[in-house]
Design a protein around this ligand. Sequence first.
Ligand SMILES: Cc1cc2nc3c(=O)[nH]c(=O)nc-3n(C[C@H](O)[C@H](O)[C@H](O)COP(=O)(O)OP(=O)(O)OC[C@H]3O[C@@H](n4cnc5c(N)ncnc54)[C@H](O)[C@@H]3O)c2cc1C
Length: 425
Amino acid sequence: MAEILILGGGIAGISAAWHARRAGREAVIFEAKERWGGLLDHFELGGFRFDKAVHLAFGSNEEYRKVLEMTEYITHRSEPYNYEQGCWLKHPVQNNLYPLPAQEKVEAIKSFIGRPDQKADVDYRQWLIHQFGEVIAGRFPARYTEKYWTVPAENLSTEWIGNRLYRPTLDEVLLGAMTDQTPLTYYLPEMFYPRQGGFRTFLEPLVEGLDLRTGKEAVWIDPHKKYVECSDGSREYYQHLVSSVPLPELIGMLERTPPVVKETAATLWATSIALVSLGFKTPQAGKHLWFYIYDRDILPSRVHAPYLKSPDNVPPGFSSLQFEIYYSRNKPLNLTPEELVEHVITAAEKMKLVLRSDIVVTDYRTLPYGNVVFDQGMVKRREFVLDHVRQCGLIPVGRFGEWDYHWAEQSFLSGGKIETLPGMV
Ligand SMILES: Cc1cc2nc3c(=O)[nH]c(=O)nc-3n(C[C@H](O)[C@H](O)[C@H](O)COP(=O)(O)OP(=O)(O)OC[C@H]3O[C@@H](n4cnc5c(N)ncnc54)[C@H](O)[C@@H]3O)c2cc1C
């Protein structure tokens, strides 16, 4: 019998076990895969290390920052870029229009000045138009939404936005249209990355001494008799159960779930990500730590440079890039892996990032869960499903366990919810 059984060895599950141990409680983690780390894990190929998508660390929570401080890291200034039709613009685009032709800037600024007032209960497209005007909204964030969220902007709610999109003043828009010497306005000025070992290294101090069992996939949960069954046929009884398993999958495993909860859970969906990772025999592939692509005919939405995150991610004198292509049940991938890799290499040459002849490593893989999609009414439906999970006595944690847009910091903090258990300090 486990005092506290935790499903999932990503940062949320690890954080839950770490908080439990700190309070003197016994916790065991079951992780389905052979390695722990979840989305924060990496893979290695021919001396190149690739995280699973961009992954840089940031956060203001004191406890999370203390965890980061336990590892030697590199500090990066947040200076992402944007690519659109051969043009490179600083981020965020709305106050960095400088490289665009003069007439296009005039149209964008006129539309910014004439933007409509904010109404209550708007969808994401209306919100964008209110913030930036029709021209900027339509050309940049709304187009990006179709690539990244795989739905038109009007299908999304605004509950996930927070401070993620910068809302400039007219002065800032005008300045950014006249010069590229604009101040940094990205919502996070700095980001951190381990000097060695990839993002997962940040988690190593937390994992030390935990009872973390890999290759243990939970497939069935009886919350009344309080046991979990695994795909290896084993059964583990528990006093308390914490789950970072994706919420719709968890519902499918829970004994005696009412049909209405199952039906509601089935309406929750997330994007998936196809990752194309390339290693090069040259020391420089592009020059940006990460950038966004708006062109519809280039499938990746975002690209990052692992070799710039840390030189430890590549053999000396080599470089690397990773391309993120988003798909979903709403927008399936219509290309084979080979076709997608070819598409990415052609696009990388078109964007003048690299030469095909310099490629020494190529990898294609997919992440089934990328971003949970905040379509209209999702938050209410999710809360209904989470209520059921809590009534079953489970503690849902993490990005997919809580079905939220959590960065690593929030996923770490959600693991800390275990402190609400009786007897915890
Ligand atoms: C594209 C992308 C970019 C991101 N970039 C950043 C960034 O730059 N900075 C940042 O702070 N955050 C970033 N994030 C967010 C960050 O990755 C997540 O918040 C965090 O990794 C989620 O941790 P988690 O433990 O909740 O989930 P996961 O990491 O998904 O862990 C869940 C674990 O549960 C396991 N599991 C699933 N089902 C079962 C089962 N049935 N039985 C047992 N185990 C199971 C899985 O194998 C997995 O290991 C990014 C996310 C994405 C998708």
